[in-house]
Design a binder for this molecule. Structure first.
Ligand SMILES: Cc1cc2nc3c(=O)[nH]c(=O)nc-3n(C[C@H](O)[C@H](O)[C@H](O)COP(=O)(O)OP(=O)(O)OC[C@H]3O[C@@H](n4cnc5c(N)ncnc54)[C@H](O)[C@@H]3O)c2cc1C
Length: 309
């Protein structure tokens, strides 16, 4: 902490992250930084020693944070980074804006970003994860993004720079996304609103929306399709492989593969990060033994393991 520069925003040593994460587990950030604005973030990054790791988070809806916490500085962008501007049919959004707000604001202007309506993260997380559902991905509507590097310099990124793939991107480590611009299809407002309502209902019917989860735990396996095309084909469903291995509802301590949707890893109330991760690894092992398919985590596991007691 003594090696870090003074800021106008807020630096908090040892800030717990569990209460802000969707799974409600995990240890603290060594230091938690909430920059006041872009200038404050740039000044901090310029002066922050290079050997101090920085890790940006959104609302931690795709993270299992391990009990040992996250070393270095965890950066969370706040209100100054959450603006939504609709101009000339484009939607320019700050990274901290919630996906849901972006979908509803775009809808009012007749721009269809309805797929974002039920994804609980921020735009920063959506771009990094290439978040999507029901057939549309962030990459489909992405035009460009502004990001900041470790020297506090602004960089513009195109879709090609982002290296989007299924539920992933190749954003270089250390870059912090500030803003993204999207171009969505133009449609009548009522049509977009009813599409959003349809997605809300569909999700509630098939997923444990009231439980603590990170959405899909594993990616649908690559390369399984009727056409045999390469990596972007994901016709084989992770939930089906888990179900076929007899693991729907399978639990370990307070962690469970949801009885409602077998690919949702849920915290039943008192799970630890270790239990959640161990259950996930056990499911990967059993699915491999049963079907020969190696499931890949979609949820990111970050931070340090707890120190042995
Ligand atoms: C109930 C539920 C349902 C879900 N459904 C879906 C779904 O349908 N489709 C889907 O794709 N996902 C889904 N998810 C997963 C999750 O919401 C998405 O992956 C989301 O995009 C993560 O956003 P976040 O802001 O929470 O990011 P975090 O989980 O906080 O971070 C995810 C990654 O993004 C990086 N990141 C975040 N902000 C920035 C930034 N400003 N600059 C640089 N890097 C950044 C982090 O470093 C990390 O690598 C679901 C999760 C839950 C809890």
């Amino acid at each position: 902490m003594e090696r870090l520069p003074e800021v106008r925003g807020k630096l908090t040593p040892g800030r717990g992250l569990a209460e802000m994460s969707w799974l409600r587990v995990g240890g603290p950030a060594e230091v938690f930084f909430q920059p006041a604005d872009e200038e404050d973030l740039a000044a901090f990054l310029r002066a922050c020693p290079r050997d101090v790791p920085v890790f940006p988070v959104g609302v931690c809806s795709n993270l299992i944070i391990r009990e040992g916490g996250i070393p270095g500085v965890v950066i969370r962008l706040g209100r100054a980074f959450a603006g939504i501007h609709v101009e000339d049919g484009l939607v320019r959004v700050g990274s901290a804006a919630l996906d849901r707000r972006v979908a509803t604001t775009a809808a009012e202007a007749g721009i269809d970003l309805s797929f974002l309506r039920t994804i609980p993260g921020t735009i920063g997380g959506a771009v990094v994860m290439n978040a999507g559902c029901y057939g549309t991905y962030t990459a489909d509507v992405f035009l460009n993004a502004r990001a900041m590097d470790r020297h506090g310099e602004i960089i513009t990124l195109t879709g090609a720079d982002m290296g989007f793939a299924y539920r992933s991107s190749r954003l270089p480590e250390g870059l912090i996304l500030l803003e993204a611009t999207f171009r969505g299809p133009q449609r009548p407002v009522e049509e977009i609103e009813s599409r959003m309502e349809e997605i809300v209902q569909k999700r509630a019917a098939s997923q444990p929306v009231d439980d603590r989860s990170c959405g899909s735990t594993f990616r649908n396996p690559a390369g399984f399709s009727s056409t045999g095309q390469a990596d972007d084909v994901h016709d084989m469903k992770a939930w089906k492989l888990i179900e076929d291995a007899g693991l729907r509802g399978f639990s370990l301590g307070g962690a469970q593969m949801s009885p409602k949707h077998a690919n949702f890893l849920v915290n039943k109330g008192d799970a630890s990060a270790t239990e959640l991760e161990e259950l996930g690894e056990l499911v990967r092992k059993r699915v491999f033994e049963h079907s020969g398919v190696r499931l890949e985590w979609e949820i990111m596991r970050v931070g340090e393991w707890p120190s042995p007691s």
